[in-house]
Ligand binder design. Structure first.
Ligand code: GTP
Length: 560
């Protein structure tokens, strides 16, 4: 059974089989977000969650009964593939060298440009100051140089500290969630039964699957997945998006829980302040300032904050909304902002095309999480049933190639690399595309350097890689994705601007959303750059990166 993470569904064939034996869905969709708190909707969500849990149980049982699925390649093919890989850049580079050399695209080894002392951009000062050491052997990933953290970022760090110390004296009463309601009803039922029953039946306890007397939850307990508050929240988020309980995978639930946990710091600071302010009629000046502060502390940025407040204020002038509805309206504003790039230029469905070569060039400064992200996407892609390959074109640091190889082996995805240190990255990309074409690869992930002698060299190199891709694979679906470290807050935006000058960026991958109070940076990126967020990372593990969903993000950011 293959769950396609890009499509957020099981691949068609498996889906059909699954549905034949699936437990029928029971949730009725709420007509509006405000309806979430009605007992009927709460009950529906609870039933939906139970059905989803049971279906995941079934998936687990059938997965454990299935024979181990083989790798992507048959044994023979694997051998051939290896041979091709062994041949590395040699035959490919030899095959069409004139084409490239004639165009002056490929530099001979050792002919890389000398470090230049000019530094047009302060963000690259450190890079320019550091000597070019092609044999750099560091095994540990490098942190983003402090110099990257400019005044804006320093300010953001200060504000983040303030965020931590900001403890609202008395949180405003939250609307009763369906969890609390279900628990209250359960307690009441329990009490009634105790009072009236001669022989008390075993009470339903949906929190402990397999409890005697609870037939629908009987069966194998799902290892590592309790039917708890986190499960119920995740189920509600999925159900509210129109998903059916039989379409949900264990990975989705786990991911949503992780995302919510990751955004915990941002959410706690935001939601407590917002709940206390909204829902009291039109916003007065003091309330506007408080919302502004809360959003700016979450690194939403001035431009996006102004728009959010304007839209919220407009609505509250038209009608006085109770807090739950005002928050629901705020969520809508945030979702619309995050989805705006899809109305203008970009496709909302970010899915590699099957049986087509998709090439994703991954850029970003060192330390942003580029290598880790490539490994995670490779894993996601492989798990989702795509033939995947990685081209290790960050040849500036020897350690970078080794790191990509480690992630490649974790994801069980081959890596095309040139063993020669400081070799031409464009040649590696060229070889990567040749290998991808020969193997019928569907997704080729290209790692690129995050640091060169100076900004100009870095940008020239990225532009050159893009030209090679366009020339060598004119029919491929190409995306240029920038990896940004969410903890850098506004400073990440400056990096994005620099990169977008060199390569035609088509999206952003936001990493390290866990453990930052600056989760609002996603809104600033979309508002200021007009770029869609394509993936978000919330942890260092291979499973900790998933395609971005504005609905899920906003729920995790300011949901209950
Ligand atoms: N907490 C957290 N850490 C992350 C995430 N993504 C990456 N990291 C960590 O960030 C550090 C840098 O990640 P790398 O993938 O090595 O970054 P890079 O951009 O490739 O940088 P170089 O390795 O220097 O080329 C590593 O310690 C990763 O484990 C994330 O989503 N959350």
């Amino acid at each position: 059974m293959v769950f396609n993470w890009f499509r957020r569904q099981f691949n068609d064939k498996e889906q059909k089989q699954e549905q034949e034996q699936a437990i029928e869905p029971t949730a009725k969709q709420p007509e509006s977000e405000a309806e979430e708190t009605t007992p009927e909707v709460a009950e529906d969500y609870l039933n939906w969650a139970k059905a989803a849990y049971q279906n995941i149980q079934k998936q687990q049982v059938s997965a454990s009964e299935e024979p181990e699925a083989g790798g992507e390649l048959e044994a023979g093919e694997e051998l051939e593939a290896e041979e091709e890989l062994e041949a590395g850049g040699e035959p490919e580079a030899e095959g069409e060298p004139e084409e490239l050399e004639a165009e002056g695209e490929l530099e001979a080894e050792g002919e890389r440009e000398e470090p230049e002392s000019e530094t047009e951009d302060p963000a690259f000062e450190l890079i320019a100051e550091e000597p070019l050491d092609a044999s750099e052997e560091a095994t540990e990933p490098e942190a983003v140089p402090e110099e990257f953290i400019e005044p804006a970022a320093a300010l953001a760090i200060e504000t983040s500290e303030q965020t931590e110390t900001l403890e609202p004296a008395e949180p405003a009463p939250a609307p009763v969630s369906f969890l609390a309601r279900a628990e209250a009803e359960r307690q009441a039922r329990m009490q009634r039964l105790e009072e009236t029953a001669v022989e008390a039946p075993v009470e339903e306890d949906f929190r402990r699957p397999g409890t005697p007397g609870q037939p629908e939850m009987e069966g194998t307990e799902i290892p590592g997945l309790a039917f708890d508050e986190g499960f119920l929240w995740s189920a509600e988020v999925l159900a509210a998006q129109g998903r059916r309980p039989d379409q949900v995978s264990i990975e989705e639930i786990t991911w949503l829980q992780k995302l919510r946990q990751g955004l915990d710091r941002t959410r706690r600071s935001l939601i407590n302040q917002l709940r206390a302010i909204v829902g009291q009629g039109p916003l007065n000046k003091a309330a506007v300032m408080e919302i502004e502060t809360a959003l700016l502390q979450a690194d939403v940025g001035v431009e996006a904050t102004d728009l959010i407040i304007e839209a919220l204020q407009q609505k509250l002038k038209e009608e006085a909304l109770p807090p739950a509805e005002a928050i629901a309206y705020l969520k809508k504003i945030l979702r619309e902002m995050l989805d705006r790039p899809f109305q203008e230029k970009y496709n909302a469905n970010f899915v590699p095309e099957k049986e087509t070569l998709n090439i994703w060039v991954i850029a970003g400064v060192n330390g942003a999480g580029k290598t880790t992200t490539i490994g995670k996407i490779a894993h996601l892609s492989k798990q989702s049933g795509y033939k995947t390959l990685i081209a290790a074109a960050d040849t500036f640091r020897a350690a970078a190639v080794e790191q990509v190889k480690v992630w490649g082996s974790r994801a069980d995805v081959e890596v095309i690399a040139n063993p020669v240190k400081n070799s031409d990255p464009a040649a590696v990309v060229f070889d990567g595309i040749s290998a991808a074409m020969a193997r019928g690869t569907e997704l080729l992930l290209v790692d690129t350097a995050g640091r060169l002698q100076n900004k100009k060299n870095l940008m020239d190199e990225l532009a050159k890689i893009r030209r090679i891709v366009d020339r060598k694979a004119p029919d491929a679906v190409v995306e240029s994705l920038l990896v940004l470290d969410a903890t850098l807050g506004q400073n990440g935006l400056r990096q994005a601007q620099v990169f977008s000058e060199a390569i035609n960026l088509s999206g952003v991958i936001l990493t390290k959303l866990d453990g930052t109070a600056k989760g609002g940076i996603a809104l600033a990126i979309v508002q200021q750059m007009g770029l869609p967020i394509r993936f978000i990372g919330a942890g260092e593990g291979i499973e900790d990166l998933r395609p971005f969903s504005s609905y899920e993000f906003v729920e995790a950011l300011i949901g209950g």
